[in-house]
Write a protein that binds this ligand. Structure first.
Ligand code: NAD
Ligand code: WQD
Length: 338
C-alpha cells in the first residue's frame, strides 16, 4: 500500500487522523512532528486506542536539510497529509513573523520534498478563517475570500496560493484542500483528545475546564443579531474531521478527483450558538456551568457555517457525530486529564 506521511501527527487533529488511518486503511503511517505544540504522549494514546504500529519522525519541517535526510529513509511514500502549523489566532497577532515563518516555510519544504520524490498526492489543512468576514451564509467554496482577519488566517490564504502555483507547475500533482470550520471534541473512547499545552482560547476546552474549576467561562456577547444573541459557528467532531482525511487520501490515490485541486469546506452545515453549545454540554455532563455574559470579543464574526454539499457529494463524506457527542467526548477527555 505504501507509506503516508502525516505532518503534525502528534497534534490534536493529526493524532485523531492517525487513529482513523490505522483503523480504516492499510497504509504504513509515518508521523512527523517536532512537538512544538504537542507531546509524545499523544503517540502513546494512539497506541492505546488502536494497538497498531506506526512510525514517528522528530523533525522541524522548517529545517529543510534535516527534513530531507530523515524522510528520504522512506522510499515508498504515496501521499502526504500536511497538518503541521501554528494555529492560535491571538498568538499570531502578537507574533506574526513566527506564524509566517513556521506555517509557510514548513509548507514550502514539504512541497519541495514532494517534488523531488515525485509524491503527487497531498492534503492541506486550511481553515474557514480564509473567508474573513464572508458576505454570504452558508459559506460555499465559491464565496469570495475577504481580507484575512489575522496573520494566522493569512498564512492559510498564502498556503492555498502556494499550492495553487505549485500545481500549475506540476500537472501530475493532485491535492485536496480542506477548509475546516470549528473542530471540537475528543475520541469517542475518551482516551485521547487535545493536550492542553497552552491556556486554551477556544470555546469547548474552556467549557470543560470551567466544569472542573480550572477556568472561568465568559460568553463573548449576547447582543448579536442571532436567534439568542450569541455568535454562531459550525462545530465539527474531530473524528469526523479525521475521517475526511482518510477519504481524501484514498480519493487522490485512487484517482477519483475531477480536478487537480479539490477544495472542500469541512463542516456539518449546522450553525450552533455559544449558548446552545453550553446547553448541550450541561445536558450531557449533568453539570450546571457557572458562566457569565461578557463583552463582545474583538474580531469575532457574528455567524459562520458551511455549505458542505461538495464534500458530501464528491468525497462521500458526512458527519457522524452530533453536538451532544462532541460535548460528551470533550467532557470524557477532560475527566481523563484530571
Ligand atoms: P496542533 O497544534 O494540535 O497540531 C499541529 C502539530 O504540528 C503540533 O503537534 C505541532 O507540534 C506540529 N508542528 C507545528 N509546527 C511544526 C514544524 N515546523 N515542524 C514539525 N511539526 C510542527 O493543531 P491542530 O488543531 O491539530 O491543527 C492541525 C492543522 O489544522 C493546522 O494546520 C491548523 O492550522 C489547522 N486547523 C485547525 C483548526 C482547529 O480549530 N484546531 C481549524 C482549522 C484549521
Ligand atoms: C467560538 C465561539 C466565541 C471562547 C477559531 C479560529 C479559526 C479556527 C477555529 C483555526 C465564538 C465564543 C469563545 C470563550 C466565548 N481555527 N467564545 N467564550 O473564533 O470561531 O475560530 O478556531 O483555523 O480560525 O479563529 O473559535 O472556539 O475561539 O470561538 O464566548 O471563552 O465561542 O466568541 O463565538 P473561533 P473559538
Amino acid at each position: 500500500m505504501g507509506s503516508v506521511i502525516v505532518t503534525g501527527g502528534a497534534g490534536y487533529i493529526g493524532s485523531h487522523t492517525i487513529i482513523e488511518l490505522l483503523n480504516k486503511s492499510n497504509y504504513r503511517i509515518v508521523s512527523v512532528d517536532n512537538f512544538s505544540n504537542s507531546s509524545p504522549l499523544a503517540y502513546e494514546k494512539i497506541k492505546t486506542v488502536t494497538s497498531r504500529p506506526f512510525e514517528t519522525v522528530d523533525v522541524d519541517l522548517c529545517n529543510e536539510k534535516e527534513l530531507f535526510s530523515k524522510l528520504s529513509l522512506f522510499t515508498d511514500i504515496v501521499g502526504i497529509i500536511h497538518f503541521a502549523a501554528f494555529k492560535s489566532v491571538p498568538d499570531s497577532v502578537t507574533n506574526p513573523i513566527l506564524y509566517y515563518q513556521n506555517n509557510n516555510s514548513s509548507l514550502q519544504n514539504i512541497l519541495k520534498f514532494a517534488q523531488e520524490k515525485a509524491i503527487d498526492n497531498f492534503i492541506f489543512s486550511s481553515s474557514c478563517s480564509v473567508y474573513g468576514n464572508a458576505d454570504e451564509l452558508p459559506v460555499t467554496e465559491q464565496t469570495p475570500l475577504k481580507r484575512a482577519e489575522s496573520p494566522y488566517a493569512h498564512t492559510k490564504q498564502i498556503g492555498e496560493e502556494i499550492i495553487g502555483f505549485f500545481c500549475e507547475a506540476r500537472p501530475n500533482f493532485k491535492t485536496v484542500v480542506l477548509r475546516y470550520f470549528n473542530p471540537v471534541g475528543a475520541h469517542i473512547t475518551g482516551k485521547i483528545g487535545e493536550f492542553p499545552i497552552t491556556k486554551p482560547n477556544n470555546l469547548v476546552p474552556i467549557i470543560t475546564q470551567t466544569a472542573v474549576g480550572k477556568n472561568a467561562l465568559t460568553v463573548f456577547g449576547n447582543d448579536y443579531d442571532t436567534r439568542d444573541g450569541s455568535c454562531i459557528r459550525d462545530y465539527i467532531h474531530v473524528s469526523d474531521v479525521a475521517d475526511a482525511h482518510v477519504k481524501a487520501i484514498n480519493f487522490l490515490i485512487e484517482g477519483r478527483n475531477r480536478k487537480q485541486i479539490s477544495l472542500f469546506n469541512l463542516g456539518t452545515g449546522n450553525g450552533v450558538s455559544v449558548l446552545e453549545a453550553i446547553k448541550s454540554f450541561e445536558k450531557v455532563s449533568g453539570i450546571k456551568l457557572n458562566y457569565k455574559i461578557g463583552a463582545r470579543r474583538p474580531g469575532d464574526v457574528i455567524a459562520v457555517y458551511a455549505d458542505n454539499t461538495l464534500v458530501k457529494t464528491e468525497l462521500k463524506w458526512q458527519a457522524e457525530y452530533t453536538l451532544d457527542d462532541m460535548m460528551l467526548s470533550a467532557w470524557k477527555w477532560q475527566q481523563a486529564l484530571d
